[in-house]
Design a protein around this ligand. Structure first.
Ligand SMILES: NC(=O)c1ccc[n+]([C@@H]2O[C@H](COP(=O)([O-])OP(=O)(O)OC[C@H]3O[C@@H](n4cnc5c(N)ncnc54)[C@H](OP(=O)(O)O)[C@@H]3O)[C@@H](O)[C@H]2O)c1
Length: 325
């Protein structure tokens, strides 16, 4: 039986529970594609799953909610062997084995064909990151070119991508970071950010004279109340991320927390949102140099423990990408 290298977890825990093993290469059914994985991005939801906070996930499991690579086998003929593709979500790395491997087998309906000559490092960075940024901006925030956008959690990989997409769309973009270093300001500016705001927990006080039409909240409930105060009347605040690790409000009095006429929404991308993301258009913009994408750190599959440790310690400053060869 043909085997592949995969990062398997048998029990929840720290980064060290990710074990590189040889396991059988899956066999695709007629509605599936076997992808020879070239690269995959790391996601914080995988960190939660690794820590045992995804109750539906049974171990052992190969983590990884996304992957990019080339089609190895596609018995139903939906894709050609050798075609470049990307996939994300749909149960990957949760209900069935995911992208932390040399091969992954997914539903053909959850695959996008890619037309790009970019490096695998860049291709591997984008599927989930761009899906999340693009969906938050356009499906949830209904971003228009005249909008002033605030990204709360601007140095997250999603925040950096959102700033770049919004800037390309014509928006004025402000982004927050807790870090006041010049290197952080430079990173944000490289992604098209016009105004860098050091997040002291009270950003609303800093922006009270010039509020924002749209606010993308990536820190979560720890900053959401303050972020709501950053929006103009009729503006929209979308909570997409929770890097602050707190999922709920301790108490929630909507009429106290939500300012008059401000709209509060959330974005939670799934397989449909992934399929609707114009990945090839965005990859073309990256290729043309008009959409800057920040890859923070690149690892090999056998460095998966170090890669997870880097994510957990917030050391990447951009998307973490793992190459399988
Ligand atoms: N809704 C969806 O469909 C969807 C999809 C994908 C991801 N997400 C979520 O989007 C968020 C961003 O993901 P990502 O992978 O882009 O994150 P990431 O790159 O790993 O974010 C790292 C950055 O987050 C900031 N940070 C970390 N802990 C923080 C804390 N306690 N308080 C404030 N800031 C903190 C740090 O920035 P500074 O040090 O500069 O402040 C750090 O550099 C995550 O919550 C993820 O789960 C949602």
């Amino acid at each position: 039986m043909a085997t592949m290298k995969a990062a398997v977890i048998h029990e929840p825990g720290g980064p060290e529970v990710l074990k590189l093993e040889n396991i059988p290469i899956p066999t695709p059914k007629d509605d599936e594609v076997l992808i020879h994985v070239k690269a995959f991005g790391l996601n914080r939801s995988e960190l939660f799953t690794r820590q045992g906070h995804s109750p539906g996930v049974k171990f052992p499991r190969v983590l990884g909610i996304e992957a990019s690579g080339v089609v190895d086998k596609c018995p139903g003929g939906q894709f050609e062997p050798g075609q470049k593709v990307a996939t994300a979500m749909g149960g990957m790395g949760r209900a069935f084995d995911g992208g932390y491997a040399e091969y992954t087998c997914v539903k053909a309906s959850n695959v996008q064909a890619l037309d790009t000559n970019l490096d695998w490092t860049i291709i591997g960075a984008v599927p989930e990151m761009l899906q999340t940024a693009y969906g938050s901006l356009f499906k949830a925030l209904h971003l228009t070119p005249k909008d002033r956008l605030l990204v709360r959690g601007g140095t997250t990989s999603v925040g950096l991508a959102a700033a770049a997409i919004a800037k390309n769309h014509g928006c004025f973009v402000a982004s927050t970071s807790r870090n006041s270093s010049q290197a952080t300001a430079d990173l944000l500016k490289k992604s098209g950010v016009d105004q860098v705001i050091v997040d002291d927990g009270k950003v609303a006080a800093q922006v009270k004279d010039h509020k924002f039409d749209k606010v993308l909240e990536l820190i979560g409930t720890v900053t959401l109340e303050d972020s709501l105060q950053c929006a103009v009347g009729g503006g929209i605040v979308c909570m997409t991320g929770i890097v602050g690790n707190k999922w709920t409000f301790d108490s929630f009095a909507p009429m106290d927390v939500i300012p008059n006429t401000v709209c509060l929404t959330v974005y939670s991308g799934g397989p449909d949102e992934f399929k609707e993301t114009p990945l090839n258009d965005l990859l073309k913009q990256i290729e043309d140099g008009t959409l800057p994408v920040q890859v923070g750190k690149v690892f090999k599959l056998d460095q998966i423990v170090e890669a997870h440790d880097t994510m957990e310690k917030n050391l990447a400053r951009g998307k973490i990408v793992v190459l399988t060869e």
